[in-house]
Write a protein that binds this ligand. Structure first.
Ligand code: ADP
Ligand code: ZN
Ligand code: MG
Length: 501
């Protein structure tokens, strides 16, 4: 019997050694589908209910209870598959995956095995400016298990507790091809998948609530060689940062094992965020260990053409497309397009503001600067921003039209954010209109000319730079409310007219 090396016994490899190996990584991602009720019963899926209250005979696996497939879950799963460019199998089947665990009262998980509803997808990632396409092996539906709780009770030293509320929560499992070659690529892929699924409304992908969970399969091979090394599956990656840290640790560990003449064991390892290390948990189980067989209580799933096309028709424009369109249609810079398509809410907000204003680039600056800045300080989401997209667009339009100055707009915007009022109401109430071509402006300009004979003399003598000084005086006299362009024009005209006389 081989004794697996304990991680603490391994000196991690040098950067040189690590550079001689190429990591190979594939992800298995579980996503909680955003349905109101569970996948095979009518129990609510809500998070945070008192333990063991959202349960019924079906999700508790009581004898005689029969599952009924939730149509909404299938719909969301189909949207996930379409969003990840997968092929849809209109005929698929559920299977029982048998294992014993206290948080699984049925004694089996209802999953899909040899006939999943979708396969062969693709997702694009960009790392360090390099675009790369990553294969999606398959997506299937399954039910979630409950939760064992080993800590936090006064008798936790002797007992573990179980909360079965999560039993039967609908999940999609997304399995990727081993196409990733670094922890950064893995990070980018998970980010991309999360963004796309949020966009389409498949899942909140809230990692803290466990709505997005990721296991990473990783192996290393000497650079320049083809055969894959033996992989380890790393679990307990509860954040994007942990995914990256765990992979970097695991890559170094495997290199160290190989460099010291050992062999990597095929096993499941657990990441410990406190130490930043992975530790062997169990040797990898194989498919035959689960004794899969077709689920006898559910008929095969058949997805009608009409249903599929109806779902296809509801698919929103995906982030990649939107990003490209924001660049070509609105002339946004790449970075701005990235930020403004990072969530569906941000992209929709921007697009409305851009259209209302007629000034997409200015609208982008306002959304990314003033709006997102204030939202961040108040820890609010753009989806419930106090300034509506239409109102921000209107503000930008007024700046472009010369009705208000950029400086005044900043003030007005802060008030809009505080009160939710449209710009017009604030401009009206506070008399903030920019003075453009009125008699009042003419009088002020004449006044400034009269009070500054020396500068007027200099200007007439050919020192045209002094005009800026005079413009400044008019701006001061109007407390910044004059339109700079109009003032400049007026000054030139009046000084010029004077010269002719
Ligand atoms: P298993 O039979 O252990 O379930 P699969 O071939 O089904 O393995 O793959 C499971 C996951 O592991 C997939 O995400 C796949 O991309 C990844 N994977 C497979 N082989 C390797 C490897 N040698 N190195 C890294 N990841 C791998
Ligand atoms: Zn139930
Ligand atoms: Mg497998």
């Amino acid at each position: 019997m081989k004794v697996p090396m304990s991680s603490s016994a391994i000196d991690l490899a040098s950067a040189d050694a690590i550079a001689r190996y190429e990591p190979v990584i594939g992800l298995e991602i579980h996503v909680q589908l955003a349905t109101a009720t569970k996948i095979f019963c009518g129990c609510p899926t809500g998070f945070g209910a008192p333990p063991n209250t959202n349960v019924c005979p079906v999700c508790l696996g009581l004898p005689g209870a029969l599952p009924v497939l939730n149509r909404e879950a299938v719909e969301l799963a189909l949207k996930a598959a379409l969003a990840l460019n997968c092929q849809i199998h209109q005929h698929s089947r559920f299977a029982r995956k048998n294992y014993f665990y206290p948080d699984l009262p049925k004694g089996y998980q209802i999953s899909q095995y040899d006939e999943p509803f979708s396969e062969n997808g693709r997702v694009e990632i960009v790392v360090d400016g390099v675009r790369k396409s990553i294969g999606i092996t398959r997506i299937h539906m399954e039910d979630d298990a409950g939760k064992s709780m080993h800590e936090g009770f006064k008798d936790s030293a002797r007992y573990s507790y179980v909360d079965l509320n999560r039993c039967g929560t609908p999940l999609c499992e997304i399995v990727t091809e081993p196409d990733l070659r670094s922890s950064d690529e893995a990070y980018a892929l998970l980010t991309e998948i999360k963004q796309v699924l949020q966009f389409v409304g498949v899942s909140t992908c809230d990692m803290e609530k466990g709505h997005l969970r990721c296991d990473a399969n990783v192996s290393v091979r000497p650079r320049g060689t083809l055969p894959f090394g033996t992989k380890a599956e790393v679990k307990n990656l509860n954040s994007f940062r942990f995914l990256k840290q765990a992979l970097d640790y695991e890559i170094a560990r495997q290199v160290a094992v190989i460099e010291s003449g050992g062999t990597v064991e095929q096993e499941t390892r657990l990441y410990d965020p406190d130490s930043g290390e992975t530790a062997g948990m169990r040797s990898k189980e194989h498919a035959h260990d689960y004794r899969y067989f077709p689920e006898p209580d559910l008929v095969p799933l058949r997805i009608a053409d009409e249903w599929l096309s109806a779902i296809r028709a509801t698919m929103p424009e995906l982030p990649g497309r939107k990003r490209a369109r924001f660049i070509s249609e609105f002339g946004l810079r790449e970075y701005d397009a990235d930020v403004l398509t990072s969530t569906r809410a941000a992209s929709e907000y921007f697009e409305t503001a851009a259209r209302v204003s007629g000034e997409p680039r200015a609208a982008a600056n306002w959304v990314m600067g003033d709006l997102m800045g204030l939202l961040k300080t108040e820890a609010r989401d753009i989806a419930d921003a106090p300034v509506s997209a239409g109102n921000l667009g209107d503000l930008v339009k007024r700046i472009a039209a010369g009705e208000i100055s950029g400086k005044m707009a900043k003030e007005i915007f802060a008030k809009m954010f505080a009160s939710g009022e449209p710009a017009a109401a604030i401009i009206e109430r506070e008399g903030l209109k920019q003075i453009s071509d009125t008699d009042e402006l003419q009088r002020t300009v004449a006044d400034v000319i009269a009070k500054n004979p020396k500068q007027v003399e200099q200007y007439k003598g050919g020192k045209t730079a002094v005009l800026n000084y005079l413009v400044g005086q008019v701006m001061r006299a109007t407390r910044g409310q004059a339109n700079v362009a109009a003032v400049t024009e007026l000054l030139k005209k009046m000084l010029g007219a004077d010269r002719i006389c």
